[in-house]
Design a protein around this ligand. Structure first.
Ligand code: ZN
Ligand code: ZN
Ligand code: FE
Length: 764
């Protein structure tokens, strides 16, 4: 079946023969569609056979005209339009000449060659860059993008740099962060008291020696600090975990080279493309079973079949990794739940007790931007965290939206601003759990508005009144609009896939406040006629302890089976979740459930994952968000075909309300799981059946609603197995399935969804 790719290419792609190149390539691959120039970049729209499209995307990046340079290439797979031919469309003058803020871009090959060329005047200079690469969003303080409007304003170019800057034939013509060892920023190594113990190359030599000794070094990078330690040094890593209070959450790795990545992980051609792209995100890669023991210490990502790998992107990283020669852990320089540090003096204070040394520099960072995290499945990207390299590029909608600000959710917060057909989604701002995180959220919201000169008429927030983002929205003078959390999830998927209603939206995640006062998270909506109607949901159960249940899957398990068996569940001898509580705790739980005290009802799919994980003895307590569900995914044997029974009950059967939502009942499934477990069936097979059953559950709702198109959103679809099985199951039955591509399925997409859903419902 034909597919269509729609994308925008930015960088040095105009006036260099790029459109004729795209045209010839598309013709050769028998694709139809168009290419044009606009103030936003080069737009490409191509449809054809999937294999031809994959080749098209690959060759666009690798065979373009020599003078062209692709700084960013974002694309999405959309429904084919049936174009008959491939054409070069006239340039689009309409799109208002909105100043585009480019994301930070990894060091280009030309600069890399110069960096390691002893005869170049920038040999080993940690701030080398050119028009094609270097910091952008992280140094911009105002528009237009000119040196005085960047954090480079304090550095006056020397004559040699100024000449390059003014020469249209030079690679550094109008490169705003242009600098050299004579005139530009410099690095220094500080001890824990902030005393400089070395500058320039000496700082690097000392840093490498410190890493070899197992020290933890805070390194100031592009969008903030990393905490860096040798990836092979278990001692150093356990110290880092202890100091950061980070028990088992995996650390990201930076490798000296692609080859080094390959010794630890398997890397396919798509993954390689993303790893080496100018966006240079962290890519989740499957570990190689045959990796050299000790090359990557167990403490990097305990019990985790994946590693988060990235390549050096700043010249400073290139130097450090080149000299050190081995992979390092490069985790965000923060205390848990706080935003990453961007200023060296602040870092000295906030990272005191964590970092032994500080590798700093005097180029200020305008805003914190974390590393992006992606996963690549069958050549398609799933964005798990969208930040450096991607933000703040806009998502272009097929329709215009009034000027609004959307403030997102609570966890994995992002904000979004609309301007006409463009939605600017901020970089990942983090969980709004601490004072520091909330302050950073407010500061960045203000900054984004100033930078883009945005004057929103409306502020959209989650309908949960207690989210700090919602509280912030209330403090603003503009018109207030609330969008229910899961409606926003579906709205986000609708927007980025340009889905025309009617369609079925599936929103599965951990938590979101529903319109009926229960906690939603296993929701189905029919989207049509400017409405999102909740047509089905997973059966609800009680969560003893409320929020505590998100951290303790065993509580979900007890709540789930209490819904089936009542108090009798407390007498079950072999029920693993129960065994991890003391007698007193058990008595309290029983009290809570029988008196319905602090036991909110939930239809959350995330909590269902937790419950099953606990029942199978995989995880009773999470050390980081989503851990129990991830471990359930990882152990699943992917080869089986069996499913447990699914029951879809019409609403009349339960509430008597003919128009109420259907209920997808997990009771037969979880009872079968208990039986399988007691019969000694391996948890690998049970976990696999569980995932398949959930896919089948989505299928039965889709079949019942008789809508051909189904959109999948919410944090549960970060689960690659669930997503793959759901797509396979639905596709085999003739449905068209849409998933997130450029923004995350998790709450990082809520801000975009708030705007899209509110616009669709006519609330703006
Ligand atoms: Zn460059
Ligand atoms: Zn200079
Ligand atoms: Fe969510």
């Amino acid at each position: 079946m034909k597919q269509r790719v729609h994308g925008v290419i930015r960088g040095a792609v105009q006036g260099v023969g790029f459109r004729p190149f795209v045209y010839r390539l598309a013709r050769e691959l028998q694709l139809t569609g168009w290419v044009n120039n606009s103030s936003q970049g080069v737009f490409v729209d191509a449809e054809g056979e999937p294999v031809a499209l994959v080749s098209f995307l690959h060759r666009l990046r690798h065979e373009h005209p020599p003078r062209a340079f692709i700084q960013s290439f974002e694309y999405a797979f959309l429904d084919p339009t049936g174009a008959a031919d491939f054409v070069i469309r006239p340039s689009d003058p309409s799109g208002e000449k909105t100043a585009l803020v480019m994301p930070d871009s990894a060091l280009c090959d030309d600069c890399r060659d110069e960096l390691f060329d002893p005869y170049n005047r920038r040999y080993r200079y940690p701030f080398i860059n050119c028009t094609n690469c270097g910091p952008r969003f992280s140094i911009i303080t105002a528009l237009p993008y000119d040196r005085p409007h960047t954090t480079m304003r304090g550095f006056t170019m020397c004559r040699a740099c100024q000449q390059e800057y003014e020469d249209p034939a030079d690679r550094r013509f109008h490169a705003q962060p242009n600098a050299c060892p004579v005139c530009g920023p410099r690095i220094a190594l500080w001890d824990a008291e902030g005393r400089s113990i070395g500058a320039d190359d000496e700082a690097l030599v000392l840093t490498v020696a410190a890493l070899q000794e197992g020290k933890i070094v805070a390194v100031k990078g592009i969008g903030g600090f990393h905490l860096v330690a040798a990836a092979s040094n278990d001692d150093a890593l356990s110290r880092l975990r202890e100091r950061k209070h980070r028990e088992e959450k995996p650390f990201a790795l930076m490798f000296p080279s692609l080859q080094a990545v390959r010794t630890a992980c398997s890397v396919d051609e798509h993954e390689e493309q993303i790893l080496t792209s100018p966006e240079a995100p962290i890519v989740l890669l499957r570990r190689r079973v045959t990796a050299i023991p000790g090359f990557i210490a167990e403490g990097v990502a305990p019990h985790n079949p994946y590693l988060g790998a990235m390549l050096p992107y700043a010249p400073l990283h290139h130097l450090l990794l080149h000299d050190f020669g081995e992979p390092v852990v490069a985790t965000s320089g923060n205390r848990s739940d706080e935003p990453i540090c961007t200023d060296e003096h602040e870092a000295l204070h906030r990272l005191s007790g964590i970092a032994d040394l500080f590798l700093v520099h005097n180029r200020p960072i305008a805003r914190h931007i974390d590393d992006s995290i992606v996963r690549v499945t069958d050549g398609r990207i799933t964005m798990l965290r969208r930040a450096r390299g991607y933000a703040p590029l806009p998502l272009h909608l097929p329709y215009a939206v009034p000027d609004v600000l959307a403030v997102g959710a609570h966890l994995k917060n992002t904000i979004a601003l609309s301007r006409g057909q463009d939605i600017l989604v901020s970089q990942h701002l983090g969980d709004l759990e601490t004072r520091e995180a909330y302050d950073a959220f407010r500061a960045e919201t203000k900054e984004m508005q100033t930078l883009f000169d945005a004057h929103p008429l409306t502020v959209v927030s989650d309908s949960h009144p207690d989210y700090l983002s919602s509280a912030y929205a209330r403090s603003r003078p503009e018109k207030q609009v609330h969008v229910q959390h899961h409606i926003a999830h579906v709205g986000a998927c609708m927007a980025e896939n340009e889905i025309e209603p009617p369609f079925l939206g599936v929103a599965w995640d951990g938590t979101g406040l529903g319109t009926d006062g229960t906690i939603w998270g296993g929701e189905f909506f029919v989207v049509r006629e400017k409405r999102f109607d909740r047509v089905a949901h997973l059966r609800t159960f009680s969560l003893p302890g409320g929020d505590q249940a998100a951290r303790e899957p065993r509580r979900s398990a007890i709540g789930l089976f209490y819904a089936i068996a009542g108090k009798a569940v407390f007498d079950w001898q072999n029920f693993l979740p129960l065994q991890t509580f003391t007698d007193t705790e058990r008595a309290t739980l029983r009290q809570m459930l029988t008196h319905k005290f602090n036991t909110p009802a939930t239809s959350s799919a995330g909590r269902l994952f937790d419950a099953v994980s606990a029942v199978l003895g995989i995880r009773q307590r999470n050390t980081f968000e989503g851990q129990a569900a991830m471990e359930l995914e990882w152990i699943a044997d992917e080869t089986g075909t069996d499913v447990y029974p699914v029951v879809l009950t019409p609403s009349t059967a339960r509430s008597g309300d003919r128009n109420g939502p259907h209920v997808a009942d997990w009771e037969p499934m979880v009872c079968a799981i208990l039986e399988d477990q007691q019969a000694g069936l391996s948890t690998h097979i049970i976990a696999s059946r569980f995932h398949r059953t959930l896919a089948t559950t989505i299928l039965s709702v889709a079949q019942h609603m008789e809508l051909e198109r189904v959109a999948l959103s919410g944090g549960c679809f970060q689960n690659a197995l669930l997503t793959r099985l759901t797509i396979e199951t639905l596709s085999a039955a003739g449905f068209r399935v849409y998933v997130h591509q450029r923004i995350p399925p998790n709450d990082g997409g809520i801000a975009l969804g708030q705007i899209a859903a509110a616009a669709y419902m006519g609330m703006l």
